[in-house]
Every structure is written in structure tokens, then in C-alpha cells.
Design a protein around this ligand. Structure first.
Ligand code: BGC
Length: 277
């Protein structure tokens, strides 16, 4: 166990050394699921800025993927768009295979794809429930499994980052199915983190609060609701996607070498609000 853990650290240190020549993630290969919009897009850009080669997984809006590939290339990094629905294990297998075909390996898996249908527990339909679970939780579960198999096969450890939410721990009335899926991701991160630690693979969750992305369009477009949300956040505003992207780039790098089986929350203090009563 001690010697295999050292493999992971050694891989991290190799990354840091390569980084001195061109970014802390130079020479690393990353997949970002749901990578062509919102938080996923910001993660792609920040990983690329640190020198990683990035595979942008997407399902809709191929033109947004093509634009993002160009943006990454302009940063001097490499990118490839791959269409794959993370709710289908066969498509996730093709995603990992396409990555290895193009770049020879996989070092960083970011399970980011996610959706929500806001509805009370009284109204959630079976179709919506299944869809939320299939994309948010099943996608992250098998994304973790398939990435870990590839990382173990190639050797040298790896990093798996699950983009969860404050709602892996903090209830959101009116969004029950989403909260259930994120609660599942919380235990995926913890349990897989323990199982994969002997292989030098770190598994870390990221729990964003409210971020200015398409998933929050209904709030952003409603001034009264937006003001209410801003007032509820101790830092007084939603996060910009890049603030989450930069956290993921840190977690993927050597400076986060001792973090695993836990979640880092980036929520402007939202989860810890209190009326002081
Ligand atoms: C949800 C948003 C919500 C935010 C803060 C996110 O995970 O997707 O709908 O506004 O958490 O509550």
C-alpha cells in the first residue's frame, strides 16, 4: 500500500516538474463531461491554461464544442470534442477509448455533466427522476469506474473530480431528485476515493453554490429572484464559472496531492448561512 501510494505522488511530482515548462498540468490528459457549456466549459479552459490536453464531452450544440476547441487551441493547448451521452455506459467507454486513441492516456477525469428539473417531491415524474439519476449519478459512477480502469492499466495514478453541488449535503426544497443525485455523488467520491487510493488515484468532489450558468437561467432572468439569491449568499453574489474552473485546475494538480475522498465547497458561504436565532 505504501509503495503504490508513492506511485501517485511521484506522478503528481512529474506533473509539477513538467509544469515549470508550460503550466502545472503540462503533459496531462483530461476529459470533461458536459464540457461545452457552463461550469464544464470553464473547467476546460482552466485545465487548458495549465497546459493539459482536454477532451470535451458533449451531447448537444456541436458548434459550441467546435468554438471551444478553437479557443483552447488559441491558448496553445490541445482539445478534441467527443459526442457521448454519459448516461450510457457504452458511450462512456467510447469516450475513454477516443481519448486514449488521440492522446495515449488519461490522467484527469472530470465528471461534470449534470441536469436538474425543479419540482417538488410531490410532482417529480418517473421520466424526470430517471433522467436526473442517469446523467448526474450513473454518469459520474461509470465515468469514475472507466477512468480508474484506464488509469490503473496505464499506471502512475490519476485524479477524478466529481462536480457535485452544495446540494450533496444541503437540502433544496423543490429540487428533490437533483439533491438525491448529488447526495449519491457525495458517497461515490468518498467510497471510490478509499478504494482507489492504493492505486494513487485521488477522487475529489467539488460542491459549487449558485453559479452564473445556463442551469440557473430562470433565476438570472428574474430580477426579484436574483436579488433574493444574492442576499442569501454571504459573499453577496453568484460565482463566475471560472471561479469553479480554477478550483478544479488546482485539485487536478500536484498542489492538491493530499486531497482525496472529500468534497471542496465553493459557495460564497451559502451552506453556512444562519439567521442568528
Ligand atoms: C443548483 C442551482 C442552485 C444552486 C444553489 C446548484 O447546484 O444547480 O439550481 O441555485 O445549486 O442553491
Amino acid at each position: 500500500m505504501t509503495s503504490t501510494s508513492t506511485i501517485g505522488e511521484a506522478a503528481d511530482l512529474r506533473g509539477a516538474k513538467a509544469g515549470s515548462a508550460g503550466g502545472s498540468l503540462a503533459g496531462k490528459v483530461a476529459i470533461v463531461t458536459g464540457g461545452n457549456s457552463g461550469i464544464g466549459k470553464a473547467i476546460v479552459l482552466e485545465l487548458a491554461r495549465e497546459g493539459a490536453s482536454v477532451v470535451i464531452d458533449y451531447v448537444v450544440q456541436p458548434e459550441a464544442t467546435a468554438d471551444l476547441v478553437k479557443e483552447v487551441t488559441a491558448l496553445g493547448a490541445r482539445a478534441l470534442g467527443v459526442k457521448a451521452d454519459v448516461s450510457q455506459v457504452a458511450e462512456l467507454e467510447q469516450l475513454v477509448a477516443a481519448t486514449v486513441r488521440e492522446y495515449g492516456r488519461l490522467d484527469i477525469m472530470v465528471n461534470n455533466a449534470g441536469i436538474e428539473y425543479r419540482a417538488s417531491v410531490l410532482d417529480v415524474t418517473e421520466t424526470h427522476y430517471d433522467r436526473v439519476m442517469a446523467i448526474n449519478l450513473k454518469g459520474a459512477f461509470f465515468g469514475t469506474q472507466l477512468a480508474a480502469r484506464q488509469m490503473i492499466g496505464q499506471g502512475g495514478g490519476g485524479r477524478i473530480i466529481n462536480i457535485s453541488s452544495v446540494h450533496e449535503d444541503w437540502p433544496m426544497p423543490g429540487n428533490t431528485a437533483y439533491c438525491v443525485s448529488k447526495g449519491g455523488m457525495r458517497m461515490l467520491t468518498r467510497t471510490a476515493g478509499l478504494e482507489l487510493a492504493p492505486h494513487g488515484i485521488r477522487v475529489v468532489g467539488v460542491g459549487p453554490g449558485a453559479v452564473a450558468t445556463p442551469i440557473n437561467t430562470s433565476t438570472i432572468d428574474d430580477p426579484a429572484l436574483l436579488t433574493k439569491l444574492d442576499h442569501a449568499i454571504p459573499l453577496g453574489r453568484m460565482a463566475e464559472p471560472a471561479e469553479i474552473g480554477r478550483l478544479v485546475a488546482f485539485l487536478a494538480g500536484a498542489d492538491a496531492s493530499y486531497l482525496t475522498a472529500t468534497t471542496v465547497f465553493a459557495d460564497g458561504g451559502l451552506m453556512h448561512t444562519s439567521p442568528g436565532l
